[in-house]
Design a protein around this ligand. Structure first.
Ligand code: PLP
Length: 432
């Protein structure tokens, strides 16, 4: 069957009549790579299926949550049962306590957890409590790190903001953006100098410990230890945004891998098993400032929603049933990366490959990538050729150079072989 997106093109035009740009999150529109986005009809395991009848091996995984693959039978069965019990009560449930317990056991730096409905909500709320605790206003973030789309952190943000070339959005008041200071990731000296000048005014440093929103970038050895030491020295809080890396790079997130204890942590994606969930948590003395335990207000009609809690709980329970879950998924990711890298070499491309557990990324750059500036040196035109060549062969990667890719437990050796084979054809097109 020849690859077409005719139905998607019609659907996209129709969607644009009612939805800005036709999508509800910008990168989905394919602005970074051009062309028409497939409209998805259903998904199962490692595969997604579009309305034109195309089938794809999926390495987007809904941008991270689907670590078990799509429509996992046990998660789906649990959700069916939960659905019959009602979809929202706005009152406490046992599910919330159980998921919070699992999270605090997995991530020992989190004494208390508050559930919200998205990663954006988690990072927005965590800044409020960090400011209340320290009685300081300024926040430090890193160029190319994305923490959601609220005003304080939509400053030199990666992800869609980079893909669309609008890292600083109109509509963010200067008064708010002015309290956010941006420094370069992996640059200890830059952070140190900033703290020497303004350390007493800084409430918190928020960081993606393993940034996945400028493509996948890895921390240099000891970098995160130094960030921890500097924040501690000045009495600023360290917030790990593990919305993407939590329960993804390891069960205990990047803080387990790098053995760092942040003061506060944000989660999302995997802990919702594909339903809308975010969470923030951390040290008891800080988290007890949150209402109703303390005076810092934060609330949510649908927070701790029973369907979302059920999907998250089922996901974490399945993951923990296999003691080697993370070892296996990491090995599978390494095999895929090695295969793609070997294909790239055949064509003389010395591209940059990064992996963190089941997250991986490929920069179309011959220079090492360690921060936002070096990520942006990538050849996005070559990436677009590669991306479309893969899509046409039934391999679905994120439609942007500046996004990470995700392996799931459902991906098979056959999927991996097919992906590596398709890469050979795609690199051939890039070389032409
Ligand atoms: N933080 C990080 C590290 C993320 O990757 C994302 C989303 O990709 C967010 C926060 C925002 O989460 P959400 O899209 O659920 O609002």
């Amino acid at each position: 069957m020849t690859f077409t997106l005719n139905k998607a093109a019609t659907a996209f035009a129709e969607a644009k009549r009612y939805i800005p740009g036709g999508v509800n999150s910008p990168v989905r529109s394919f602005r970074g790579v051009g062309g028409t986005p497939p409209f998805i009809a259903r998904a199962k395991g490692s595969h997604i299926f579009d309305i034109d009848g195309n089938e794809y091996i999926d390495y987007v995984g809904s941008w991270g949550p689907m670590i078990l693959g799509h429509a996992h039978p046990e998660v789906t069965a649990e959700l069916r049962v939960a659905l019959e019990r009602g979809t929202s009560y706005g009152a406490p449930t046992l599910l919330e306590t159980e998921l919070a317990r699992l999270i605090t056991e997995a991530i020992p730096s989190m004494d208390l957890v508050r559930f919200v409905n998205s990663g954006t909500e988690a990072t927005m709320s965590v800044l409020r409590v960090a400011r209340a605790y320290t009685k300081r206003s300024k926040i430090v973030k890193f160029a190319g790190c994305y923490h959601g789309h609220h005003d304080s952190l939509l400053v030199k943000a990666g992800s869609g903001a980079t893909t669309l070339g609008v890292p600083d959005s109109p509509g963010v008041p200067e008064g708010i953006a002015g309290n956010t200071i941006t420094v370069d990731y992996n640059d200890v000296q830059g952070l140190s100098s900033l703290f020497e000048q303004q350390g007493e005014e800084i409430a918190a440093v928020i960081i993606e410990p393993v940034p996945g929103n400028m493509g996948l970038v890895l921390p240099k050895p000891e970098y995160l230890d130094k960030v921890r030491a500097i924040t501690e020295q000045y009495g600023a809080l360290l917030i790990f945004d593990e919305v993407m890396s939590g329960f993804r790079v390891a069960y205990g997130g990047a803080q387990e891998v790098y053995n760092i204890t942040p003061d506060l942590t944000c989660l999302g994606k995997v802990i919702g098993g594909g339903l809308p969930v975010g969470a923030y948590g951390g040290r008891r003395d800080i988290m007890e400032l949150i209402a109703p335990a303390g005076p810092v207000y934060q609330a949510g009609t649908l927070s701790g929603n029973p369907l979302a809690m059920t999907a998250g709980l089922a996901t974490l329970q399945i993951v923990t049933q296999d003691a080697d879950f993370y070892e296996k998924i990491t090995a599978k990711t390494a095999a895929l990366c090695a295969g793609i890298q070997a294909k790239a070499k055949e064509f003389g491309f010395a591209y940059q490959f990064h992996q963190a557990g089941s997250m991986f990324g490929l920069f179309f750059s011959e220079q090492p990538v360690y921060d936002y500036a070096s990520a942006k040196l990538s050849n996005t035109a070559a990436f677009s050729i590669y991306f479309h060549a893969m899509l046409e062969q039934g391999i679905y990667f994120a439609p942007s150079q500046f996004e990470a890719s995700f392996m799931s437990a459902a991906h098979t050796q056959e999927d991996i072989n097919a992906t590596i084979y398709a890469c050979g054809n795609a690199f051939k097109k890039v070389a032409e």
